[in-house]
Ligand binder design. Sequence first.
Ligand SMILES: Nc1ncnc2c1ncn2[C@@H]1O[C@H](COP(=O)(O)OP(=O)(O)O)[C@@H](O)[C@H]1O
Ligand SMILES: [Mg+2]
Length: 342
Amino acid sequence: MSTTCRDLCSSAISNQGQRAADKTSPASLVYRVRMPPIISVSNLSKTYASGFCALKGITLDIRRGEIFALLGPNGAGKTTLIGIVCGIVNATEGRVWVDGHDILASYRAARSLIGLVPQELSTDAFESVWATVSFSRGLFGKPPNPGHIEKVLKDLSLWDKKDNQIMTLSGGMKRRVLIAKALSHEPQILFLDEPTAGVDVELRKDMWDIVRALKASGVTIILTTHYIEEAEEMADRIGVINKGELILVEEKHELMRKLGRKQLTLYLHKRHTALPPDLQDRGLELAADGSELVYTYDTQAERTGITTLLKDLSAAGITFKDLNTTQSSLEDIFVNLVRNAK
Ligand SMILES: Nc1ncnc2c1ncn2[C@@H]1O[C@H](COP(=O)(O)OP(=O)(O)O)[C@@H](O)[C@H]1O
Ligand SMILES: [Mg+2]
């Protein structure tokens, strides 16, 4: 990890609350200060029996009501982290509290607050949709509530399939059934582990609508994904995990503001083969066979240097007919972070 990235990461993690407080309204500030995190993960590590260390000292708070996207390449440790919070995988070290309940000492209380949509598609093939979703609710010791199951199935557009055997459903419908099962016991927290891996674009959009509606109803959502677009679209905050280490936690907008770079492209009147000496080493690059000049600058810097640059270009006789600016996407930021962390 580069020095700048490391500095940024540690300050991002330790100053999260402070920075958020600086930016939020007094009302939400009071809310934040008073409301303890809904999930608190402290110094969590996991070494599998094989000796492989999948998580290394993860410390993370999830805020009540947020959509938190855990972003990371395959094998980063996302599913392991979720598995520990949900009590499926034992941690080697560290502790987790769910709404104040220690997941080991108060397993039932903690687990009953959580709905989990697993990464792997596996459901009973022969059961009907209605039976399997109702049964899931029973597993959490909740009394039957047909009204709730009906609402969940309707919200997920599964109502007309309620009597169908699961094996007769399409892949997308099966995924909805998994969400319905996870919501059957009215959890306050929903984990979605790669909810849109391998689903078509339409279903992905539907899934995003479902997640937004859940958030509006007060459910806290933690989703893992390696689709950056998904995090960009949905998340309030983003955590980046790589090789078992949480390398960054940040508000999405703050992350994009802070790490975002802008590029100014000038479409030149004439082709240039080289830049005059006093215009070198200033973040300028000739592109498109010398017919474009690209200036990369930091959106955080006090001055972008554009005014001076344009003056100097004009003095050097370099004129342009048009210009364009572009800003780096979350994808560029993510790729850079993971690359720098190697
Ligand atoms: N039961 C297991 N035994 C040994 N290694 C495992 C086990 N489960 C996962 N791993 C390893 O731990 C790492 C993290 O896996 P996982 O949490 O599934 O990552 P992700 O969900 O980010 O793709 C991977 O290298 C994976 O091979
Ligand atoms: Mg996974």
